[in-house]
Design a protein around this ligand. Structure first.
Ligand SMILES: C[S@@+](CC[C@H](N)C(=O)[O-])C[C@H]1O[C@@H](n2cnc3c(N)ncnc32)[C@H](O)[C@@H]1O
Length: 267
């Protein structure tokens, strides 16, 4: 990946004038597109992986190569983390990133890694793509337009007793789709937005396009969810947690995070 990244360019100077109309329209309509088989299979795999789990679960949506999934799994060793991305090409690079991260960590923080390993839950033969040392995560290829609908249905509209709790969702550097006509492709302008919120309103969204966050926060407010936007400055102490974050930081771009107020996962 090139280390220089261009800033997002858009003819939009403020939130899209149709934003609230679009959010409200999707809020009261049913998203009927059939679920893709590969996403159903990935979702089923996730549910099997969680079948004996009684703790927190974190979703890393648009996880790309899954570097963030691994980082989040390290940050929340007592949770299970599921990374989802539609790009098989990106997910196939996961092993490379996980090995590099593991090597870096082992040379600097071996004791804490051993600690994480002791607390984690390796499921061994379930086809789970995780690193040898950090086992509390899974990365899956799936279309989130379908995955979020399946998850909402499973969590909120089935009679099952669910032992685990989705405590947080990360959406890190989603494709900005900056053209005005692309509002419907941004997550907050998409038909699945109400499912995203229904799955878990504790969300951390990051982007190098502040307007994306401003729109997302306005859309969340339609569902009575309050979020705050802050600047983000990766540093030596808090290094980038995804390849895109690293690339944007190296290009000296301003980075932003929008987080829900008041909720959280156990640490
Ligand atoms: C700009 S990349 C960011 C990747 C990663 N979060 C990072 O920061 O390095 C956006 C990612 O969103 C994924 N994506 C876009 N639409 C998606 C969808 N409908 N379902 C799953 N993943 C999607 C893309 O495949 C891509 O990997």
């Amino acid at each position: 990946m090139s280390q220089q990244a261009r800033a997002v360019e858009s003819t939009q100077t403020g939130p899209h004038e149709d934003l609230l109309k679009v959010v409200n329209k999707h809020r009261v309509s049913v998203f009927k597109r059939p679920i893709a088989m590969h996403t159903q299979a990935a979702f089923d795999e996730a549910i099997v992986w969680l079948s004996d789990w009684k703790g927190d679960v974190i979703l890393d949506a648009c996880c790309g190569v899954g570097e963030s999934t691994l980082n989040i799994a390290q940050e929340y060793p007592q949770a299970r983390v599921i990374g989802v991305d539609k790009s098989i090409a990106r997910l196939q690079k996961h092993a490379h990133y996980s090995h590099k991260l593991r090597a870096d960590k082992l040379s600097s923080e071996e004791p804490s890694l051993q600690n994480i390993d002791a607390k984690s839950n390796c499921s061994g033969d379930s086809g789970v793509a995780n690193s040898a040392l950090i086992c509390n995560y899974l990365v899956l290829q799936a279309d989130l337009n379908d995955f979020w609908r399946l998850l909402d249905n499973y969590l909120n509209h089935s009679a099952r007793t669910i032992q685990w709790r989705l405590c947080k969702q990360y959406i890190l550097y989603p494709n900005p789709y900056p053209k005005k006509a692309q509002l419907g492709k941004r997550w907050h302008g998409s038909a699945v937005f109400s499912n995203i919120i229904a799955c878990c309103a504790n969300i951390e969204l990051r982007s190098n396009w502040k307007l994306y966050l401003e729109e997302f926060v306005l859309a969340a407010k339609v569902f009575d969810i309050d979020m705050k936007i802050e600047g983000l400055s990766p540093s030596r102490e808090q290094p980038p947690i995804t390849p895109f974050e690293r690339k944007y930081a190296q290009s000296n771009q301003l980075l932003w995070t929008a987080t829900t107020l008041g909720t959280g996962c156990d640490r």
